[in-house]
Write a protein that binds this ligand. Structure first.
Ligand SMILES: C[S@@+](CC[C@H](N)C(=O)[O-])C[C@H]1O[C@@H](n2cnc3c(N)ncnc32)[C@H](O)[C@@H]1O
Length: 258
């Protein structure tokens, strides 16, 4: 193994309080911390834990597209690893959930013979389950990135819950990390193929501040529009109907019929 290492960690959603002990210790002792977090407050927490913290945020400006920006971020992380440093890359939420440069940096580091690993963190979806009282085991839960959902024509099971991420940038590949839901009307149209316009959907935003309530806006699907959405919004769509019960399967498993 070459000297130099990479550990990718998650800061969670709430300022400071979602950091695990293990993550906090790694942040404090890293040679350099490279960060991509959603809140200036979170950046300040990281800088207090380790003054050698540098934000990757400016790299959003370099690329034409988000994909180019993410490539530049992975490259920047690797540049420090190649200098023989113990690098911690900190992403908000869970660092492996809807975060391309974290996985790419780990892949590149391992391919070049460096130790690289990822620690889990508390994701926005974890907060959603807690705040909206959703247990994914109850109906099952589908989770898609909003643009990916549209362009791949992912199929929905209406008997399960649906979580759509990045509705604040649906239809946009621009590098800037701001709200550009240019494809929101198309998303609504696609969902209307599965659900009636009065089906209630929730635009959810977990609070980054301990003790503060999340933003929860519940509207009929047909009314969902740009003014309900921010860069941090996630859409929760409850199931439309119960799943049918397969009596033959119950019998095969020796389970009692209801
Ligand atoms: C690039 S992904 C990062 C996800 C993050 N790694 C995580 O584990 O939550 C950005 C998307 O996460 C969701 N998200 C981020 N912060 C959120 C918050 N405070 N409340 C709800 N959803 C959030 C939104 O769907 C947003 O478009």
């Amino acid at each position: 193994m070459s000297s130099g290492s990479l550990t990718v960690v998650g800061t969670g959603i709430r300022l400071g309080t979602h950091l695990t002990r293990e993550t906090r210790l790694l942040l404090e002792t890293a040679d350099v911390v490279l960060s991509l977090v959603a809140e200036p407050g979170m950046q300040a927490v990281l800088e207090r834990l380790n003054p050698k913290t540098r934000s990757l945020h400016d790299l959003y400006e370099l690329g034409e597209s988000r994909a180019e920006a993410y490539e530049a971020m992975a490259e920047e992380i690797l540049r420090h690893v190649r200098e023989g440093k113990n690098v911690v890359a900190a992403f908000y939420g869970h660092p492996g959930v809807f975060v391309a440069p974290s996985h790419e940096a780990i892949r590149m580091a391992r391919a070049e013979g460096y130790m690289a690993s990822m620690l889990p963190g508390i994701s926005a979806e974890d907060c959603l389950f807690a705040d909206l009282g959703v247990d994914p085991s109850r109906f099952g839960c589908q989770s898609y990135e909003a643009t990916d959902f549209l362009v791949h024509r992912r199929r929905i099971d209406r008997t399960a819950a649906l979580v759509l991420w990045q509705i604040g940038t649906v239809g946009s590949v621009a590098a800037a990390a701001t709200t550009q839901p240019t494809g929101l009307p198309v998303l609504v149209e696609a969902l209307l193929e599965y659900y009636p316009p009065e089906h209630e959907v929730t635009v959810y935003e977990a609070s980054p501040y301990p003790g503060f309530d999340p933003l929860v806006r519940t509207v009929g699907l047909g009314e969902l529009s740009v003014e309900h959405v921010t860069a941090l919004s996630t859409l929760y769509v409850p199931p439309r109907e119960p799943a049918p019960l397969d009596l033959t399967m119950l019998d095969r498993l020796g389970l009692p019929r209801p």
